[in-house]
Design a protein around this ligand. Structure first.
Ligand code: SF4
Length: 272
């Protein structure tokens, strides 16, 4: 078991000159989980099979788009499957993969095979315009009083009409248009980070949602940029950052987050 921190919570909390949207989301989900991950830097001893599958699908998609970007033909099914398993194995080398009650390696293999087939058939795999970036890391100081905001953007394409930013998600079920719109804050911040890549061009935002169902679907769902929501998101991030820099760390147990949390041991041992 990983020992709980003996450091007082006055440990300097600003240890990076950037912060990502997902780090802020982690704090909102559970401040103590943020502390273990981003302040203490504890190893994540296990990862759920669902997260590992999502990461490996990202690896395969990244390879696919990189090949197209450099002018090669789209990779065939078996090549993408190999990339998937390379991604899976590299995750398994750093953390124990914990399977859900309905999962095992065989079921993951079948799901991966079906997802790769659905992805290769989908419109997402044949983007219009040219690919200008894959898994691009962008950062800048978007919010006063905060370090740089860092975003890792899955896919950026450009056509005569617009630049399109695509965020790939793997999900248990299909998303509705409303769900995509409601989840759009991160994409809207990415638009602010990426605006200098195609100056003067309109920016389109979309989620590409891949389902891990028996019959996987790959759907792109647009997100409408909304300046008011961006400003609200910035205010929320400022408030969260203030709480982090003030050292406000405490557990926020929930049946949604705790079962998949890799820090359950340190959490149980945390003295409060
Ligand atoms: S086990 Fe639950 S309460 Fe504890 S750190 Fe993880 S998410 Fe937070």
């Amino acid at each position: 078991m990983i020992a709980a921190s003996k450091q007082p919570l006055t440990t300097p909390v600003v240890q990076r000159d950037y912060v990502s949207f997902s780090a802020i989301s982690t704090y909102q989900q559970c401040p103590l989980r943020y502390y273990f991950r981003y302040i203490e830097g504890l190893e994540e001893r296990f990862v759920s099979s669902s997260l590992a599958l999502g990461g490996a699908v990202h690896s395969a998609a990244e390879f696919h788009f990189n090949e197209i970007m450099i002018g090669n033909s789209p990779p065939d099914h078996d090549t993408l499957l190999d990339v998937f398993w390379d991604g899976w194995k590299s995750r398994a080398e750093t953390a124990e993969i914990q399977f859900g009650k309905n999962d095992d390696l065989d079921s993951i293999a079948q799901t991966a095979d079906r997802i790769i087939a659905a992805f290769r058939e989908s419109d997402m795999a044949k983007p219009t315009g040219s690919i200008i970036s894959v898994e691009e890391e962008l950062r800048c100081q978007l919010i006063p009083g905060m370090p740089d905001i860092l975003g890792r953007i899955d896919l950026i394409t450009e056509s005569d009409e617009a630049m399109t930013i695509t965020d790939l998600k793997t999900a248990r079920t299909r998303w509705s248009a409303e769900q995509a719109q409601r989840s759009g804050e991160q994409l809207m911040l990415y638009a602010a980070l990426a605006k200098d890549l195609a100056p003067g061009k309109p920016i389109r935002l979309e989620f590409a949602v891949v389902t891990k169902t028996a019959k996987p679907t790959v759907e792109t769902l647009p997100v409408t940029f909304n300046e008011r929501r961006v400003e609200r998101t910035k205010v929320v991030m400022q408030k969260v950052w203030k709480s982090i820099t003030n050292g406000n760390f405490y557990p926020s147990p929930s049946p949604m987050s705790c079962p998949g949390c890799p820090f359950r041991g340190p959490c149980d041992a945390w003295p409060g």
